[in-house]
Every structure is written in structure tokens, then in C-alpha cells.
Write a protein that binds this ligand. Structure first.
Ligand SMILES: Nc1ncnc2c1ncn2[C@@H]1O[C@H](COP(=O)(O)OP(=O)(O)O)[C@@H](O)[C@H]1O
Ligand SMILES: [Mg+2]
Length: 305
């Protein structure tokens, strides 16, 4: 089977529906690993959230099931690959491209936040490019319904908001921080707070100091500065105008927000998809050995799945 991606708890395969011959992405999570890493609750959230999602820039659940060893989420197959691969291939994106992608991320986060969902894992690996060049957020493994604040430490070092690192209670605004990191990384080719050791990354993040490449436009610099605010009461997205502050910002002046939602804007890059199950935009991974068991493992823990 063709592996599309791997993560901490599972593997994502390209799967073909036998009756319809349609292709899907199949995320397989090993129950044993979920239990070992204390992610039972997160796996339930992920399933529930995927089942409820209905937005043009997010994947959603087509089918789900479980067997003796694994949990399975069947999602639409998004053939253009990760934004991560495209970004590494190009080095960095033109600001026009960053803008096109960031605008969709803003609409996706606006949607999730309206549902009281915090996403918590925004990064180029979790943003897929669809055949029309538009994006789809995938990986709702850390997504959670929150009313008020939460405390769990999760996410990816470079993209963590300072309030998460400082173990303060935090809210939806951590997603806006990671949008700031994403905007920087897309246009620079590297993230603003970077080191080989995570502890050094955290020190840099909580210091709030970073250097902007000289090629960034004034508008982009201004926008990133307004987002990467340590003080959450000053952070863009969390001010009294909410998401409107992004939509009205100079950097996004040529974004037609309604047009974007209905696919009327031209995408900066269109993947060349040759056949329905074309995986050429995904990295090559070694086949994973699929485990079997004669008895149902962790039956109780996942009884309600
Ligand atoms: N719907 C999808 N279509 C195509 N590839 C996908 C899809 N969902 C996930 N992938 C690939 O699998 C990788 C891992 O999936 P993800 O849900 O992010 O798992 P993890 O929680 O392990 O990071 C993604 O980064 C992406 O490359
Ligand atoms: Mg992921």
C-alpha cells in the first residue's frame, strides 16, 4: 500500500474504495500507541471533530471504523501534497502565494473558532494542496472544543505560542500566533524562532525577538508584528474587531474574501495530477508492517469509538 504520510501515532495510506474505485486517505492509528502516549481523549476528539467538519478549506470524515489493532479515519484524498514539500522545493513563496494560502487559513481558523474549536497544530505539514491549488487543513489530532481556557502542552515547537510554553492557561488565540509563524515561514523559507534544540526555540519564542528578512514588504512585516505579540490582549485576531482586522489589513488588500470562499480566485500553483490515485506529490516512505491480533486490543478504552 502507498504511504502518504506518517506521524507519532499512525500512518496515512492511499486507499481505494473497491465498489466505486474512488481514492481516499486512510489514517490508521494504532490503539496501543494511543494508550501509551495518553492520547485516548485526543483520538476521540479527532474523530468527533472530523465527523462534524463542513468547510471548503478543511478535510472531513467520509467513514470510520476500528479493528483489533487500529482505529481508521477515511478522509478525502488531497492529491497536491503537503504545503511543506512545496515550500521546501521552492525555498520560499512569493508574497502573492503566501497571501493566497494565509487568507484561506484565516477563513478556516475563523470557522473553527466559531465552532469553539482550537486547532493547535498549524504548520506546513498539516496544510494540503488540493487539485485546484486551494488548501485543505488536515490533522485534527490536537483539535479540541474549548470554552474559555485550556492547559495541555501540545503542538510543534517552532509554532507554539509563548503562553503555551509558559504553562499559562491559553485559548483560541494560540492559533493566531501560529498563523504569524506560518506567514513568516512561507515568505522566508524558515521560521522566525529557530534552533536545533527545542529548549533554545522556547527561549527565543518567549523573548519575542526575531529578525525579519529585508525582502519582506512593509505590509507583511507590519502584519507579522501585529500577530507575534506575546501579550495576547494585543495580538491580532484577539482584538475587538476579531478576524476583521486581518481582512482589512493592507497585506490582504487584493484578496477577494468572498471570491476565495467560492474558488473564484486564481491559485498560484496547480498540481499536475495525472491519474486519480497519483501520489507523486507525496514523499516516498517505506512500507509499514500492518499488525494483526487474534483478540481485540484495548477494547474497553475504545468501546465508544
Ligand atoms: N486527506 C489527506 N490526503 C492526502 N494526504 C494526507 C491526508 N491527510 C493526511 N495526509 C498525509 O499524511 C500526513 C500525516 O497525517 P496527519 O493527519 O497530519 O497525521 P499526524 O497526526 O500523525 O501528523 C500528512 O502530513 C499528509 O502528508
Ligand atoms: Mg500532522
Amino acid at each position: 500500500m502507498n504511504v502518504l504520510g506518517t506521524g507519532a501515532f499512525g500512518v496515512v495510506y492511499l486507499a481505494k474504495h473497491m465498489e466505486t474505485s474512488k481514492y481516499y486517505a486512510m489514517k490508521m492509528l494504532e490503539k496501543e500507541k494511543i494508550v501509551k502516549f495518553k492520547q485516548i481523549e485526543h483520538s476521540y476528539y479527532e474523530k468527533k471533530i472530523l465527523c462534524g467538519l463542513n468547510f471548503p478549506f478543511c478535510v472531513y470524515m467520509k467513514y470510520f471504523f476500528k479493528d483489533n489493532v487500529y482505529l481508521y479515519y477515511i478522509l478525502p484524498f488531497i492529491p497536491g501534497g503537503e504545503m511543506f514539500s512545496q515550500l521546501r522545493k521552492m525555498g520560499k513563496f512569493e508574497e502573492m502565494s503566501s497571501k493566497f494560502y494565509a487568507a484561506q487559513v484565516i477563513l478556516a481558523l475563523e470557522y473553527l473558532h466559531a465552532c469553539e474549536l482550537v486547532y493547535r497544530d498549524l504548520k506546513p505539514e498539516n496544510i494540503l494542496i488540493d487539485r485546484n491549488g486551494y488548501i485543505k487543513l488536515t490533522d485534527f489530532g490536537f483539535c479540541k472544543l474549548i470554552r474559555g481556557r485550556t492547559w495541555t502542552l501540545c503542538g510543534t515547537p517552532e509554532y507554539l505560542a509563548p503562553e503555551i510554553i509558559l504553562s499559562k492557561g491559553y485559548g483560541l488565540t494560540v492559533d493566531w500566533w501560529s498563523l504569524g509563524i506560518l506567514l513568516f515561514e512561507m515568505s522566508a523559507g524558515y521560521p522566525p524562532f529557530y534552533a536545533s534544540d527545542p529548549m533554545r526555540i522556547y527561549e527565543k519564542i518567549v523573548s519575542g525577538k526575531y529578525r525579519t528578512p529585508t525582502h519582506f514588504s512593509t505590509e507583511l512585516k507590519d502584519l507579522i508584528t501585529r500577530i507575534l505579540q506575546i501579550d495576547t490582549t494585543r495580538r491580532f485576531g484577539n482584538l475587538k474587531n476579531g478576524v476583521l482586522d486581518f481582512k482589512m489589513h493592507k497585506f490582504f488588500k487584493d484578496i477577494d474574501w468572498d471570491g476565495l470562499l467560492s474558488n473564484r480566485m486564481t491559485a498560484p500553483f496547480l498540481p499536475k495530477i495525472r491519474t486519480a490515485g497519483d501520489t507523486s506529490y507525496f514523499e516516498n516512505y517505506d512500507e509499514e508492517k500492518i499488525k494483526e491480533s487474534p483478540i481485540c486490543l484495548y477494547e474497553e478504552e475504545f468501546a465508544d469509538f
